[in-house]
Design a protein around this ligand. Structure first.
Ligand SMILES: [Ca+2]
Ligand SMILES: [Ca+2]
Ligand SMILES: [Ca+2]
Ligand SMILES: [Ca+2]
Length: 483
């Protein structure tokens, strides 16, 4: 019995010794056109598809950590380890290294939002179900933070057309570094088309030179554009990081460059339980062009099996969204109001919030307490520290009599002479609450101007107005001089 045990331990140890935590093999490398294509890795005259695959393998296998560019939307690489990467429940299973970084200076001043050079790539995984050691089995997408969002397009298909390298160039007169704005034509199955521009920083062909075909087709999920021209003049582009689940999207030292096999979904978005995976595919997830930065292209420089490397890292419960109890409040100068934020899900690991007022000359906010300073309007935002999700409340500060609450130019709430006047709420339902939540009345607005007789004492009331689309809460001040 003891002998047997020692034998088993030896076997397990030998197996562990045989496993490398790093990439073992690149199975396929097919970049989409891009300014780094034919350079990272370098194409040399006569190179075949297989030569380029081997060059990509030399870059990223065995922890070499040399950048491989996947080009624009859809460009991909398929690689694997010398073993199955185990899917440990609740734990990150592998990390993919790239060159994402956050910008040190960002003119929009919202420093807690992570952005800089973030070029998200989507990860797909495959289990070698037929056991032949080849990636010819079913693929599953790892559903990152954007997967279920309405801006994310599934089954996006993009065709790039091989350019005539000797064509007459059409430079952009405003941006001299763009020396051909009709370089590589692309069309999508969403009835959009455009061009991948050529720039003065990269003079080689941007179309993979080992490909003979006249066009290249890529298909998959497409994420919404993640860049903002923060300068407004095309000089400072910030690519904002998506929350989690994408390659080249957070720096390598950040846990959010790790991946959890439990995120795998099938083609219909249903979760798939896999014991582990043998193959990983990464492709560029956006089709966007950022001026002098050129097209957004995911890079990769390696991957690690976290379990083989002995790293046991729990996957946090990520924040999904945030809500506020009021969308509109009206205050008089020096009045205060308390906004309460709700972070979803309730068991999120990091529920911390940053509060911001767009104009602190109108109203300030401290931990949800809004203080009106001077007449005007501002927006109070509650922002999650995890994921930068935002909930907003419009604040109107005014010191006028007659109209007590205005939250759109055409929508007014007024209380005068024991009547509540509601303007602009046709076909909406109204409920009036006392400040401590006791319902005082409810009524239906049938027309644009409604008058409801109701006797209110001085104080603050909450009017909830809703229809199938809108749901607003308005704070109504009934002032002494109105009674
Ligand atoms: Ca896992
Ligand atoms: Ca297989
Ligand atoms: Ca890139
Ligand atoms: Ca990159």
């Amino acid at each position: 019995m003891k002998k047997q045990l020692i034998y088993i331990i030896c076997l397990l140890t030998l197996r562990a010794w045989g496993q490398s935590p790093y990439i073992h093999k690149v199975y396929e490398y097919m970049p989409a056109p891009g300014q780094f294509v034919n350079e990272l890795p370098e194409y040399e005259e006569g190179d075949t598809k297989n030569d380029m695959r081997l060059k990509a393998e030399e870059c990223i296998a065995d922890n070499e950590q040399i950048l491989v560019s996947l080009g624009g939307y859809g460009g991909y690489i398929v690689f694997g380890f010398d073993h199955m990467v185990e899917n440990k429940p609740g734990k990150y299973d592998f990390k993919i290294m790239a060159n994402a970084f956050y910008a040190a200076a960002n003119p929009n001043g919202e420093a807690s939002r992570e952005g800089g050079s973030c070029e998200p790539g989507i990860v797909m995984v495959s289990y070698d179900a037929n056991g032949n050691g080849k990636p010819d089995d079913e693929w599953y997408e790892l559903a990152g933070s954007e997967y279920f969002k309405s801006e994310t397009i599934k089954k996006y298909r993009l065709t790039y057309y091989k350019p005539d390298e000797n064509k007459v160039r059409t430079p952009d007169n405003n941006y001299p570094y763009l020396n051909d704005t009709t370089y590589i034509h692309w069309k999508s199955n969403q009835e959009t088309q455009g061009y991948l521009y050529r720039n003065t920083f990269h003079n080689q062909s941007y179309f993979p030179l080992w490909v003979d075909a006249d066009s290249l087709v890529f298909e998959g999920t497409k994420l919404a554009n993640n860049y903002v021209d923060e300068s407004g003049t095309g000089t400072y582009y910030v690519q904002y990081a998506y929350h989690w689940g994408y390659v080249d999207n957070h720096p390598n030292a950040d846990d959010r460059s790790n991946f959890n096999i439990e995120w795998a979904v099938d083609q219909n978005g249903n979760p798939v339980q896999l014991p582990g995976i043998h193959f990983i595919k990464v492709y560029t997830a956006v089709n966007q062009y950022c001026g002098w930065l050129g097209e957004t292209s995911t890079e990769i420089m390696g991957a690690v099996d976290l379990h083989v490397r002995g790293q046991d890292i729990f996957v946090p419960v990520f924040t999904q969204r945030i809500g506020l109890d009021y969308t509109d409040i009206n205050l008089k100068p020096d009045e205060t109001a308390l906004l309460t934020a709700t972070v979803v899900p309730v068991n999120a690991t990091n529920t911390q919030i940053t509060w911001k007022s767009k104009d602190i000359g109108i109203a300030t906010v401290n931990n949800g307490y809004v203080t009106a300073i001077a007449e005007g309007t501002t927006v109070i935002s509650a922002i999650t520290n995890d994921g930068y999700y935002i909930a907003k409340c419009n604040v109107t500060v005014e010191n006028v009599s007659g109209v007590e609450s205005v939250y759109k130019p055409f929508r007014k709430v007024a209380y005068e002479g024991n009547s509540l006047y509601l303007t602009g709420f046709e076909n909406m339902t109204c409920e009036l609450y006392s400040i401590n939540g006791y319902k005082l009345a409810d009524f239906q607005c049938f027309s644009d101007h409604e008058e409801f007789r109701i006797n209110l004492s001085q104080g603050v009331f909450i009017l909830k107005i809703k229809n199938q689309i809108h749901n607003h809460s308005i704070k109504v001040n009934v002032l002494k001089n109105k009674l």
